[in-house]
Design a protein around this ligand. Structure first.
Ligand SMILES: Nc1ncnc2c1ncn2[C@@H]1O[C@H](COP(=O)(O)OP(=O)(O)OP(=O)(O)O)[C@@H](O)[C@H]1O
Ligand SMILES: [Mg+2]
Length: 244
């Protein structure tokens, strides 16, 4: 069983959509895939959250949300506000380890890599370490992404974790000069390959169209056909000449 931690440079960068894309490709290949969201914050009981998005987009129904808190805070803080405990290393690792029979388990983090899950300070990086999982970094496309991507990748390396590469979670239909330049710079800052870029409307597609988009937007290492140098070449050609 392979375990992949889908971590982000922060919240709202597209971890859920990227997780759904990998899940969709894996499912379509006839492989058994489970998706784990260790702690979901900012949603009320019964409300659809990240795993509902993953299920809708990918068709995968082997979904595991270990805890949920109403406040849109980091899990440890949200649990404190709710006056309850939160799943730490033991519970998360035990749950994932019990998912025997799956070919792939995807674990979506909460917010960025070093967000705390419990009072002991467990992070999704610690979870990756204990489970021997590689870490995929989902990054933004635009201004400000280079530094946070470099910091996240450095934290991954410092912990001796394997980095599965960087995916741009949401690639704009009309990329500005920053986004286009970032295609070249992101792998340099991360010291890891660019292994995908998902078009910004992907999360609104229905299942078959989403699967095609997932294959186009993710590299062969994630089951798709994305080619980083072709993508860089294509985006460079998008450059619009600005008249003086
Ligand atoms: N490729 C995409 N296509 C369509 N929508 C996207 C895409 N990437 C991100 N979004 C939208 O941007 C928002 C944030 O994306 P997403 O929920 O995947 O982020 P996240 O990193 O999982 O955040 P969180 O830390 O809350 O889990 C969502 O509303 C999502 O629908
Ligand atoms: Mg999410």
């Amino acid at each position: 069983m392979k375990v992949l931690v889908v971590a982000g440079t922060g919240t709202g960068v597209g971890k859920t959509v990227v997780t759904a894309a990998i899940a969709a490709i894996t499912r379509a290949a006839g492989r058994r895939v489970a998706v784990v969201k260790a702690a979901q914050t900012g949603v009320a009981p019964g409300e659809p959250a990240d795993l509902a998005v993953v299920g809708r987009l990918s068709g995968v129904d082997d979904l595991h949300e270990l805890a949920r808190y109403p406040e849109p805070l980091a899990p440890e803080t949200a649990a404190r506000h709710a006056g309850t405990g939160s799943p730490g290393m033991g519970e998360i690792a035990a749950h994932v380890t019990a998912l025997v029979g799956r070919d792939l388990v995807l674990i979506e983090g909460a917010g960025g890599l070093l967000v705390r899950f419990d009072e002991a300070g467990t992070t999704i990086a610690d979870v990756a370490q204990v489970l021997g999982a590689a870490v995929l970094i989902v990054a933004g496309a635009g201004l400000g992404t280079l530094n946070v991507t470099a910091l996240t990748a450095e934290a991954v390396r410092t912990r001796g974790l394997r980095c599965a590469g960087v995916v741009i979670g949401s690639w704009p239909d009309d990329p500005d000069i920053t986004a286009r330049a970032n295609v070249t710079d992101l792998p340099v800052y991360a010291r890891a390959p660019l292994v995908g870029a998902l078009q910004e409307d992907s999360g609104r597609l229905w299942r078959q169209a989403f699967l095609r988009r997932a294959r186009d937007g993710l590299a062969p290492s994630l089951g798709g056909s994305f080619n980083a140098s072709r993508f860089a070449h294509k985006t460079a050609r998008l450059r619009v000449e600005v008249s003086p």
